[in-house]
Design a protein around this ligand. Sequence first.
Ligand SMILES: Cc1cc2nc3c(=O)[nH]c(=O)nc-3n(C[C@H](O)[C@H](O)[C@H](O)COP(=O)(O)OP(=O)(O)OC[C@H]3O[C@@H](n4cnc5c(N)ncnc54)[C@H](O)[C@@H]3O)c2cc1C
Length: 410
Amino acid sequence: MTIKKDNFDADVVVVGGGIIGGSFACLLGQAGLKVILLDAGVRQVNSLKKVDARVFAITRASEHILKKAGAWRRLNENDIACFRKMHVWDENGLGEINFDSASICQPTMGYIISHQVIIDALQERLLDMENVRCIWSASAAFIKNEKTSMLLETEDGLQFRSKLVVAADGSNSKIRSLANIHYQKHDYKQSALACVVTTEYPHKEIARQRFLKRGPLAFLPMIDPYQSAIVWSTSPNHARQLKEIDKSTFHFELADAFANELGEIKESSERIVFPLSRAQAEHYVQPRLALIGDSAHTVHPLAGLGANLGLLDAAALAEVVIDSVSRERDPGRLQVLRRYERWRKGENHNVMYLMDGFKHLFENQTQSVQWLRNFGLDMVDSLPIAKHLIMKRAMGLNGDLPKFANVQNN
Ligand SMILES: Cc1cc2nc3c(=O)[nH]c(=O)nc-3n(C[C@H](O)[C@H](O)[C@H](O)COP(=O)(O)OP(=O)(O)OC[C@H]3O[C@@H](n4cnc5c(N)ncnc54)[C@H](O)[C@@H]3O)c2cc1C
């Protein structure tokens, strides 16, 4: 079915200008599609004047997507920290595993970049594109499938007609609930505390994660050799206590929980706490509607994969939509959108349950399981082929990647 070029305000309306919606809109904009991006928040220009506790561990595949979106070159070199090695170990036992990007001839395993720095780069890129219109302080409130188009209305009564609406409005997605798509959520009964700390010893560009009884504690290296972003997953009560205690007690507890791996904690930023859950939407698509990023799924942050999975959704859907428009086909048709759903839903599901498996394995305090996991860590550590496969997969260097994510595809 071909589609007439009249009566549309845009080819695609994207709801949500976070890292996922922003990247998706950039990819479509670069391909010449007419896009409207709506975000409920206020646009903040160069907002990073203070330390941002929320950071992303960006894989090589995500780096490539941000390059293709035209946002990577807008990042300042001083805002991109590399991690070249990774060290993971268990509180109970001597088992450990070490990864090194040099062992697979790669310059880095990935990057640590603050959330706001990426948002600023994406917004700068979006404002440069004449075919993309960004509207801030605009909350999507109503959608109606009118067969040949989708009507979207904001709380302020603005109306837009497009061939496709893409929901990138986060885990509490309004669009998902307006479309009556069930979101199956599992509460981990855990929270994550995040902040940026200054340590006594340098991090040497190594990402470190120690599995504790109540959850993993990660130190992610920042550009300053003595600064790391921490993500401490623990019980909600413990996270609340850690947020409320005074700085020096917090510094002591954190260094102790991390077995003083980087020495004393000298300074720390504001502490923020997030509740943790895993969730997956029953459907990612309906006629003229698709969900991407956290609106479609959330995972445990223990492998820092949430935004990376969302970026792969954005890249896969962009490829499918651009391909359909280039053949003068209607990108809002269910058959077209199902290609995206088939591609991403199973993959996200597998990662979600893999994270669940790790979480339960490391929280189990039974002695036989403790022995088994320490043995397993050492075993994988001593098998270079298995280790290289795990590394390549985690870095986004292999798998069924969209072309915008494929590092070989320049
Ligand atoms: C503690 C913690 C640590 C994490 N660490 C990592 C990590 O290291 N690496 C990683 O990859 N991921 C990490 N994640 C996950 C990551 O933060 C999310 O996966 C990612 O931010 C999702 O992006 P998004 O654009 O889908 O949603 P969001 O970032 O939630 O953006 C949604 C956007 O939609 C807008 N919006 C909402 N409702 C409406 C509406 N009705 N109308 C218009 N606009 C609307 C909002 O204003 C917002 O801008 C972490 C998460 C947690 C909790």
